[in-house]
Design a protein around this ligand. Structure first.
Ligand code: COA
Length: 176
């Protein structure tokens, strides 16, 4: 099991898709990060939105600077975040040997939903990951009632490993 490290990150150049650019975060993305993490629509799917002042106060000057964290930019402005993070060993899901050490996450601003941007960005990030760490599996976990997230996972080629109960809801664990 290999994780992304400083040798892999950042990519040698921003990644361009037909409509988007994927790149590491910058200070100018801060307002969009605050928006993302205080949005009630986004928060409804990730354990609840936090009050804007609290998010604003806690947000670093340059948020999201870590290996595998891609800002998705449309026409020069951040619309979402795609992450390839090491899996948290404290996760509540049952340990499965086929589940690798990397987990895909995606969060987009609600005004960008329903246009295929998240799918386009995630597909490009997964292609980059596969070229960087060939053969490494990627897992994804979402609540089964998060219809958009689940539809996207299946479109991206994730297949179900199992369902389990955690955080008061049924969770879907997929692998690709
Ligand atoms: C999960 C999330 C990223 C999905 O966003 P999304 O916009 O629905 O996902 P996609 O990029 O796959 O877009 C698919 C939709 O775009 C539509 N679409 C429009 N133009 C399109 C295009 N050119 N290409 C592809 N799809 C297109 C599709 O028909 C589909 O519409 P539908 O939702 O009405 O069926 C978003 O809902 C989100 O940020 N949610 C909150 C955070 C969250 O839940 N994250 C996951 C936690 S595990």
């Amino acid at each position: 099991m290999t994780a992304l490290g400083p040798a892999d990150w950042p990519p040698s150049a921003p990644i361009s898709t037909p409509r988007l650019v994927l790149r590491p975060s910058e200070a100018r993305d801060r307002p969009a990060f605050v928006e993302l993490f205080s949005s009630p629509e986004v928060g409804a799917h990730i354990g609840g939105a936090r009050p804007r002042e609290e998010v604003e106060g806690a947000m670093p000057e340059v948020p999201g600077r870590r290996p595998g964290a891609f800002v998705a930019e449309l026409d020069g402005a951040m619309i979402g975040l795609v992450t390839l993070d090491p899996r948290d060993p404290g996760r509540p899901d049952p340990v499965r040997p086929e589940a690798g050490g990397t987990e895909l996450g995606y969060l987009f601003l609600p005004e960008a939903w329903g246009r295929g941007y998240a799918g386009e960005a995630c597909a490009a990030a997964l292609d980059w990951f596969a070229a960087t760490l060939p053969g490494e599996p990627v897992v994804l976990c979402t609540r089964t009632d998060n219809a958009r997230a689940l539809r996207l996972a299946e479109k991206l080629g994730f297949t179900e490993l199992e369902r389990f109960e955690a955080y008061g809801a049924e969770q879907w664990l997929g692998v690709r």
